[in-house]
Write a protein that binds this ligand. Structure first.
Ligand SMILES: C[S@@+](CC[C@H](N)C(=O)[O-])C[C@H]1O[C@@H](n2cnc3c(N)ncnc32)[C@H](O)[C@@H]1O
Ligand code: SF4
Ligand code: SF4
Length: 470
């Protein structure tokens, strides 16, 4: 709930276990793809050293990725085992084509409870073409079933370009039927090898989604949600002014850019560090360099709004949540950071500001009128001290910054049964802590959607929370 805070280190890391991959997606961002696909991989020794370094820096959550991490099973098993021992939460990015029931059982036993899988199109010819794999849909489908049979939640990442955006509805319906929990509609970021920032950048036509095409993809996803209840999101930030109607498109609002926010870094299979997964620039190697120092110096341009925010965004109220859309898309189109996202519309071009049913705030406040309302503190919270504030990780990659007094209260009262009148904060702060699942009451059910949204949504930027943000 503290905005404008500078972290000492990231809170989440994408860790590439290998460059090896059984697919060759046409849009795949991995910069090494063209030159040395499959050459570099982590070893058990390097992955343990990497995880040690991430622990030292206070990172909470690891996303094991690649390449295809399931093509290096022994490294993946060890990464999970070692990560769990050191108290990390983790998720896996996998195309799921290499799964078997036995492998997923073993991963589940090691604590894996979520996989993000790639699924570009329900059209089998198109999917095979995009992923460059025969029978790709059958293979992914079997992979999803192997996960759900072993109680591993699956989210699908449908990366869209001009060629497949029309199939989002049918793809979403198909995966919802398979028990997929969340559908991410992610615009493809032009891979760095596909353009040259030194020369006039030329972006391939496939990546030039128009406003209407991108909106059509989101509308199709909303139809799937209406018909199936699937949760929605996007892994590449849409400019808030592009969304415009925030009531309709609230599922795609609020996540912002994790790299600009300071939460995320990416580590390649060689140990090379990047701030964003899509980025070519290297910031040292985690095995040889001090992560915190690199993060606070070389990477700090990513956290500096002066450098990253597009001039045309000046005066926009949404800068703290929007970060000028996606600056990796912007650099592909314009050759530099701090430039215009092609889906940019303009400051405050928001037709409907509605983000959340604010009635819920007053209902929660009413409940809090009962001084004896029992509340307890979520037992799974993790903490990290920063200069002048604290970080609380609620679960997975969901970390928020809070004032020291809130963090101290939460830590000191961890195992106590509390009553509402024993919590020394004003109502908006308590409401915030309930919505963030830091304070819990068994009779307050904020619903599956809000819970999922609540964790990744920057409530702190809403006017209602002005007092808690001060
Ligand atoms: C590089 S893949 C590695 C993990 C695994 N092989 C997979 O595909 O799920 C990680 C994620 O990035 C997504 N992705 C790949 N290229 C992308 C691009 N150019 N823009 C946006 N997302 C992309 C993939 O769909 C996948 O969800
Ligand atoms: S499956 Fe993943 S790593 Fe492999 S080519 Fe596709 S997006 Fe890239
Ligand atoms: S004007 Fe800039 S900061 Fe504001 S919503 Fe649009 S892209 Fe985002």
């Amino acid at each position: 709930m503290q905005t404008n805070t500078k972290f000492s280190a990231p809170t989440t890391a994408n860790v590439e276990l290998t460059e090896k991959c059984n697919a060759r997606c046409l849009h795949c961002y991995n910069p090494w793809r063209e030159e040395h696909m499959g050459v570099n991989s982590q070893t058990i020794d390097t992955i343990k050293k990497t995880i040690d370094k991430l622990k030292e820096a206070g990172v909470f959550h690891l996303i094991f990725t690649g390449g295809e991490p399931m093509s290096k099973m022994e490294v993946l098993y060890e990464a999970l085992k070692y990560g769990k021992k050191l108290g990390f939460s983790f998720s896996l990015n996998s195309n799921l084509m290499l799964t078997t029931d036995a492998k997923m059982k073993q991963l589940a036993e090691l604590g894996l409870d979520h996989v993000l899988t790639s699924f570009p199109s329900i059209d089998s010819k198109e999917n095979d073409h995009i992923m460059q794999v025969k029978n790709s849909i059958k293979k992914i489908e079997r992979g999803i079933i192997n996960c759900t049979n072993n109680n591993i939640r699956v989210s699908v990442n449908c990366v869209i370009t001009k060629s497949n955006y029309k199939n989002v509805y049918a793809t979403g319906k198909f995966v919802a039927k398979l028990g997929v929990q969340k559908l991410f509609v992610t615009r493809a970021v032009p891979p760095v090898y596909s353009y040259d920032t030194e020369k006039e950048p030329v972006v391939e036509e496939a990546y030039k989604l128009t406003h209407d095409e991108a909106k059509s993809a989101l509308d199709q996803a909303l139809r799937v949600k209406k018909e199936t209840g699937i949760l929605l999101g996007s892994l590449v930030n849409f400019p808030v002014c592009f969304l415009g109607d925030l009531e309709k498109y609230k599922d795609f609002f609020g996540r912002g850019c994790p790299s600009q926010r300071g939460d995320r870094i990416n580590i390649n299979a060689t140990g090379t560090m990047h701030t964003c997964v899509h980025e070519e620039e290297e910031y040292g190697n985690i095995l040889n360099d001090n992560l915190q120092e690199v993060y606070q110096t070389k990477m700090s341009k990513w956290h500096d709004k002066k450098q990253m925010i597009y001039k045309g965004c000046e005066g926009c109220d949404y800068i703290p949540t929007c970060y000028s859309g996606c600056q990796m898309v912007a650099i592909a189109f314009n050759g530099k950071f701090g430039s215009k996202d092609p889906l940019y519309v303009g400051p405050n071009a928001v037709s409907k500001k509605f983000l959340i049913d604010e009635k819920m705030f007053s209902e929660l406040e009413k409940k809090l009128d009962d001084p004896n309302l029992p509340l307890k503190i979520n037992k799974n919270l993790r903490h990290r001290a920063e200069k002048g504030f604290d970080l609380i990780n609620i679960q997975w990659g969901n970390t928020i910054s809070v004032k020291n007094e809130i963090s101290s209260f939460v830590q000191e009262n961890k195992n106590k049964e509390l009553k509402a009148n024993e919590i020394p904060f004003d109502k908006p702060t308590i409401v915030f802590l309930i919505l963030k699942n830091i304070l819990q009451n068994k009779d307050i059910d904020i619903g599956k959607e809000l819970q999922s949204q609540g964790l990744s949504f920057n409530f702190e930027t809403l006017p209602y929370f002005k007092s808690v943000n001060a």
